[in-house]
Design a protein. Structure first.
Length: 354
């Protein structure tokens, strides 16, 4: 979504520098110089897709990233456009237009490539290699075919629906979407708190896969953000934890973007708790700061509006693309330019030790 003003298994391909990607460090010493923190370093960034088009479609507004089985990169725009990108060069190779059941555009925010087969409804065909896409309008999670046809829609708890149907605020709902290791649990992150919950306490909703391949509602967890920040993206790590992006924007100052590792495995199931405000015995998702992105070296980046670090922009999408030879996660981030001249579509190549 457009951030509101607030108070405060690829390795080599993604490691190669191209004409679209700023050259990255070549040695361990250079990588140390590119440290954002003890846990995170940045190899390079790319502005190569900023304010470009593909087959008549604007390339940008990116809200989510996902790795495809063939090694390509899926990039989801929040105005219903889904692109396939060459993971090495970032050049677009295809674009699909998504829509809701009435043919209207989505505020599409989260993306999962689901490789498991789905048992068809009577008279239908078994579907495999489908896409799960969240929209923050209702909110919703829909399953699409590769051609953009809606195949299924997941249930959403009444409390998480946008008012007056529920207690959520429009454009502050399902931003992040990720499939946990093993492929049986899907998790969506709300961006901000719902009415009745303490400010900064957002809910993570999960679904469990049934034998037919569909998902049913499961546990829900509380996650506490830093003051004034929301959650634009989550991504499951191979060990079952989560990388969580927290983000905010202050006019005249710029973006705040922090990367956390979080562990939901010992958190309280809050699906039966109406209000998360001062209750005893509720254990939220534990989180540990990995880095504040403002601490990264700027690498020569420029900003079109005030920023604490010119490298920063409206970072909103994230995916894990593999590991390096030291076992660190290779993490790719992307910013949402909102099709705005004052913002940039920028890809960030990180190495993360969790």
């Amino acid at each position: 979504m457009r951030p509101r003003t607030v108070l405060a298994t690829l390795t080599a391909g993604l490691a190669a520098a191209t004409s679209l990607v700023a050259a990255g460090p070549a040695t361990a010493d250079a990588q140390a110089d590119n440290a954002c923190s003890a846990a995170v370093s940045i190899d390079r960034f790319s502005d190569g897709l900023d304010k470009t088009t593909y087959d008549g479609t604007f390339v940008g507004n990116f809200s989510a990233l996902a790795m495809e089985r063939d090694g390509s990169l899926a990039a989801l725009g929040d105005r219903s456009d889904l692109f396939r990108l060459d993971a090495r060069t970032l050049r677009p190779e295809a674009a699909v237009r998504l829509a809701d059941e009435k043919g209207a555009a989505l505020d599409s925010e989260g993306l999962v490539v689901d490789t498991a087969p789905v048992r068809p409804r009577p008279g239908g065909r078994t579907a495999a290699g489908t896409l799960l896409v969240s929209s923050e309008t209702e909110p919703s999670v829909r399953r699409y075919s590769r051609a953009g046809t809606i195949l299924d829609r997941l249930p959403v708890p009444a409390s998480l629906r946008v008012a007056p149907a529920g207690r959520a605020t429009a454009n502050q709902t399902f931003e992040g979407l990720t499939l946990l290791p093993g492929g049986r649990t899907l998790l969506a992150s709300m961006e901000y708190a719902i009415a009745g919950d303490a400010p900064g306490t957002v809910r993570f909703q999960t679904w469990r896969r049934t034998e037919g391949g569909r998902f049913r509602l499961a546990a829900q967890y509380a996650y506490r953000t830093d003051a004034g920040l929301g959650v634009p993206e989550v991504q499951a790590t191979p060990d079952g934890r989560l990388l969580v992006l927290e983000r905010g924007f202050t006019a005249g100052v710029g973006n705040t973007v922090r990367l956390y590792v979080a562990d939901p495995r010992h958190a309280t199931d809050t699906s039966g708790i109406e209000n998360l405000t001062g209750q005893d015995g509720v254990r939220p998702v534990e989180k540990t700061l990995l880095t504040d992105m403002s601490a990264c070296p700027s690498l020569g980046a420029t900003a079109k509006q005030p920023q604490p670090n010119p490298l920063l922009d409206n970072i909103e999408g994230m995916t894990i693309t593999g590991r390096d030879h030291q076992g660190r996660l290779r993490v790719l981030l992307v910013s949402d330019d909102n099709q705005n001249a004052a913002q940039t579509t920028r890809f960030y190549y990180l190495r993360v030790r969790t």
